[in-house]
Design a protein around this ligand. Sequence first.
Ligand code: SF4
Ligand code: SF4
Ligand code: SF4
Length: 248
Amino acid sequence: MKPKVAFFDFTCCEGCQLQIANLEEDILGLVNLVDVVEFREVLTGTAPAYDVAFIEGSISRAADEDRIKDIRARSKVLVAFGACATTGGVNKLKNLWGDIDKVKKEVYGKDFAMPQLDTYPTKAVHEVVTVDFKIHGCPITRSEFIKVVKALVLGTTPDIPDYPVCVECKMRGNECMFDKGYTCLGPVTRAGCNAICPANNSSCEGCRGAMLNPNNTVMKEVLAKNNLTVEDIKRQFTMYSLDPEVGK
Ligand code: SF4
Ligand code: SF4
Ligand code: SF4
């Protein structure tokens, strides 16, 4: 029997679900492997329990916390996918502002009284319930999603990179963004995106989150070589909730 799989979204732009909905020819392979029983973006219907629940988005309201706990209780395996779910994503910037009315005015302008934001601090999914696996990125890559699904169906542990983006960047032969006069979080960010940003002349902003043991010394050395400190690029660290203390 094929595993029952469901997709759920919380606070997010739904871009990661779109990556899955746009799998094109690979969607047939996916449907052969699993039985998709809930996926609001592409089908109607619900199910009482799931072998694997894929969670997109961050937990941003008290009501979200109840909902994710209920999903967790009905799921054998829970996978957080996309930066919003794995790190809190850009939604977590709300927590840095402190004053929720200020945040609402910034987001909604004259409609700031809308109820979509409350004082609940935005959290990554693992900060509320146990997460079995994470698929990183903003957005996720389709190939990594397929890799994780295949591993789960086979009962093996998905192989998610835990080395820095710089490794993939150097393998591609990119010129370093620091050498071009920019800053970059590649030394401490988890690889797996094939260094797509530096390869396209953009700095790594850390959307795949920090590695388990980021090499703080190297980050510090790279910054020092460019006459910078962690404090100088603190805003870059906080975009995807990388620890700005890294390198200190
Ligand atoms: S991780 Fe990025 S692409 Fe995915 S839902 Fe969040 S904001 Fe959208
Ligand atoms: S710092 Fe950025 S641009 Fe430089 S090698 Fe690392 S990932 Fe590439
Ligand atoms: S290079 Fe950095 S910001 Fe760009 S996709 Fe990879 S991890 Fe994300």
